[in-house]
Ligand binder design. Sequence first.
Ligand code: PHE
Length: 332
Amino acid sequence: MTATDQALRDLDTLEAEGITAFTSAGQPDALEAVRVEFLGMKQGRVKLAQEQLKSLDPAAKRVFGQRFNAVKTALEAAFEQAKLASSRPTQVVEGLDVTLPGRRSKLGHRHPLTQTADELIDIFGRLGFTVVRGPEVEDVHHNFDALNIPPTHPARDPADNFYITDRMMLRSQTSPVQIRVMENQPPPVRVIAIGRVYRPDAVDATHSFMFHQIEGLMVDTNVTMADLKSVLRLFARSYLGKDVKIRFRPSFFPFTEPSVEVDMLWHGGDRWVEMGGAGMVDPNVFKAVGYDPEKVTGFAFGLGIERLCMRRHGISDIRLLYQNDTRFLAQF
Ligand code: PHE
């Protein structure tokens, strides 16, 4: 065998080995190693084969050169093809059966308290009440003064409120929203306000330091206590069911006169639980906002949303509503 024959045979081997190596490399880093071995600029096997050219005579050089170029092109093409393949996702995945039905992803839903609030907005909306909002960080004027709560009233006690400064606090009730509404519009008024209120109460099954209230206010000529009772009864029946039992107990609030507390019969029917307070707007409140108490009358109420939600769904502990345990929340 001549030296040229031998050199040509070496080229055949180089080509065959190179193509096998490129097609079986697979992963990008293995492929890179193969590239360096065959196509490396300094010590690659193609480069070394090219070195052999120099020692051949001109006739042999032509034959060898042609074959060399073909091998080099073939290996470069094999590399490019392998590179493309390695960047495509693997097409066969073990254990994947694309004919199986899909797995439904879990959908969240509104929190039960939000659902309750939305439903209350709906019910009162049908009774002609529109929704208003007020700030949770409230000033003492709106939370107490304008509501006819005297400076020495125990409701202002720092032990019973979250004061931020002397004049600012986290609102302890949604009643200040009544004031904000009347300050900004003349009568008639028919609004509800829903939101958080804060009181440093000891936490137990029916109390929390933060809870939600729905405040209602209706002001017009000739609004009476009978209207208040009708509206609250209608509301209770729509939200809690036709057979719900509620009662009104005489009570006292500085901003209503007369005042009542509204109770509902709790689950099982053996115990009355307070749903909130209500009454006819006190003339002093009308004066504080510039309404004429000789011309208009009105009623107001403030109900606890958590307790309504608990009564409706048979929830026995208010704390469940704040823990965000999906095993609990998924039931609503
Ligand atoms: N703001 C009172 C409370 O939080 C409830 C109430 C509202 C009473 C409106 C009368 C009128 O206890």
